[in-house]
Ligand binder design. Sequence first.
Ligand code: KIV
Length: 265
Amino acid sequence: MSKIKPLTILDLIRFKQASEKISCLTAYDASFSAVMDNVGIDLILIGDSLGMVVQGHNTTTPVTLRDIIYHSQCVTRVQKRAFIMADLPFATYHSKTVAIENSKQLIQDGGAQMVKLEGVHMDIIQHLVQQGIPVCGHLGVLPQSIHKTGSYRTQGKLQREADKIFIDAQKIEQSGASLLILECVPAILAKKITLALKIPVIGIGAGVDCDGQILVLHDMLGLGGDKPPRFVHDFMEGSDNIKNAIQDYHYAVKSTQFPSEDHSY
Ligand code: KIV
């Protein structure tokens, strides 16, 4: 049997250059992580969405660094191929020193290969990258700012909002980030950003033209509540088991069948 080669950030960049879509999902435990790895999911995020889908909170803000480390350990213990990133949770990257210390724990204790942070923090991103810590940015809807913004509404519908998100995306790339997540932005804006950046852009509610697609695991398994957002598709519909649903999701992303215009803003 041939040995499985773990993906690196360079592979994800090569996927973008070759116009091969990057399939991503969130995971929080070893069982799902193993299934995702077996079906070929390229990128796994230990997201702070775990606060809502695993812990039962209303927002992601109660999630702690220890929570993300624990779930990262569960995921990375069995992972063989997928590239792994972990969220820096709410209020864990407000200074360079704090961001370095916390990212170090996600990588050394959690086993993550990259950290993700929400919003534009150029000096923090630069500092992390200088210390050898790969960073993923996150723009559009920023769930950690929910108490400031008051809603999860689509960002970038107004021209001035769209212009700011476009500039912010460029700033994040210039700061040295290797990846960018765009959450709930109009498809046309996501396309403009994806074309302008060299780093891979992964969408969630960001149209059909991003370099890759991510969903929260529970949403794609139809566990996201009675009124899931427009960008979610329940892959358990028409599937006889969870493994097949995850495999269908992977193929749908790779073959550009998901997301479609119907999932876009
Ligand atoms: O925490 C999370 O699951 C996320 C995704 C929605 C991208 O940040």
